[in-house]
Design a protein around this ligand. Structure first.
Ligand SMILES: Nc1ncnc2c1ncn2[C@@H]1O[C@H](COP(=O)(O)OP(=O)(O)OP(=O)(O)O)[C@@H](O)[C@H]1O
Ligand SMILES: [Mg+2]
Length: 306
């Protein structure tokens, strides 16, 4: 029986490109409301997964229900209730900011006179009202991203899919977008987000799935993941001699990792570690709580992808 409290329910979802597996049989259960984060290194399969959810790319295997309907058969009906901010902006350069919203609305069969007010409201929502008549080529990257978000909302979607909505944006724009996404969450929309900014995921997401090599390798609320996969404290030490590395490694309940000149001490005994470090004048160190980035690096490793 279908579960109506889930916006997406997928089992064994697979995708291969010319025999190469990009998504290797993942299960997804995304509840209505809140923000679901799909994290993973470059090439992990995040965009491919989202494209299957939207029916933009064929599933090689598995089963999926979106908004209670079987995919890909129901993709047209489902698409009417979804908003999409793609990884790469695909705004129409031949049109102005406002026209981009109106032309996009036409794809959903929405009539111009019905959406003009909504388009103006959405431009105000992303603080682009004064750019309504500007051509796309004259917009900055941040403005394009904000317009893509406004455009994704033109059909008043139940579910909003955002593939790296803040990549390459300055802190001002990023904070504005976070603010707007929180307000959409409060309105009861379901957000599905990918990001490489762990801080963003920690702030916005209620539930996170970490993907690597086409598989989901960990899932949970951000706090749960940090508690479950990392020691509570991290001390980053610069200029540590080998003897200090051994001394820190010998402290109970922790692990030490050296990356170039930096020693990462993940520990349950931060006070003892700091007591060792404090009197040492020839090193510098930073003591901080563990975060989602620590979990991400622990689970997916430090090797570069692709
Ligand atoms: N149209 C395609 N044809 C062939 N291979 C593809 C295609 N789209 C994606 N892939 C491959 O599938 C794998 C997953 O790609 P995908 O774009 O889903 O990763 P991602 O997690 O979104 O990465 P990123 O963080 O870089 O956006 C990669 O190895 C990629 O090269
Ligand atoms: Mg991607």
């Amino acid at each position: 029986m279908q579960n109506t409290s889930l916006v997406i329910e997928a089992t064994g979802l697979e995708k291969s490109f010319s025999g190469r597996a990009a998504v290797c049989g993942i299960d997804l259960r995304i509840p209505k409301g809140g923000c679901f984060g799909l994290l993973g290194p470059n090439g992990a399969g995040k965009t491919t997964t989202l494209r299957m959810v939207l029916g933009q790319c064929h599933m090689s295997g598995g089963q999926m229900q979106v908004l209670g309907q079987s995919m890909p058969a129901a993709k047209k009906a489902v698409r009417a209730h979804m908003g999409v901010v793609p990884q790469l902006d695909n705004l129409d350069p031949d049109f102005t900011v406002l026209e981009n919203l109106l032309v996009y609305a036409a794809y959903f069969g929405l009539r111009r006179r019905d959406v003009e007010k909504r388009a103006q409201d959405l431009l105000a929502f992303v603080e682009l009202s004064d750019r309504a008549r500007t051509r796309i080529g004259e917009l900055s990257g941040g403005m394009k991203r904000r317009l893509s978000i406004a455009r994704s909302l033109i059909n008043d979607p139940e579910v909003l899919i955002l593939d790296e909505p803040t990549t390459g944006l300055d802190p001002q724009v990023r904070h504005l977008i976070w603010n707007r996404l929180r307000s959409l969450k409060r309105d009861g929309k379901t957000l599905i987000l990918t990001t490489h900014y762990m801080e963003e995921a920690e702030r916005l997401c209620d539930h996170i799935a970490i993907m690597d090599h086409g598989r989901i390798i960990a899932e949970g609320a951000p706090r749960e993941l940090i508690r479950g996969y990392s020691e509570p404290d991290v001390i980053e030490v610069q200029g540590a001699p080998a003897a200090l590395e051994q001394q820190l490694a010998a402290l109970a309940g922790g692990r030490v990792e050296r990356i170039g000149e930096t020693l990462y001490c993940y520990t349950r005994a931060a006070r003892s570690a700091v007591a060792i470090l404090e009197p040492m004048s020839d090193i510098t160190y930073l003591h901080r709580p563990a975060n989602l980035e620590d979990v991400f690096l622990k689970l997916t490793g430090r090797d570069m992808r692709e």
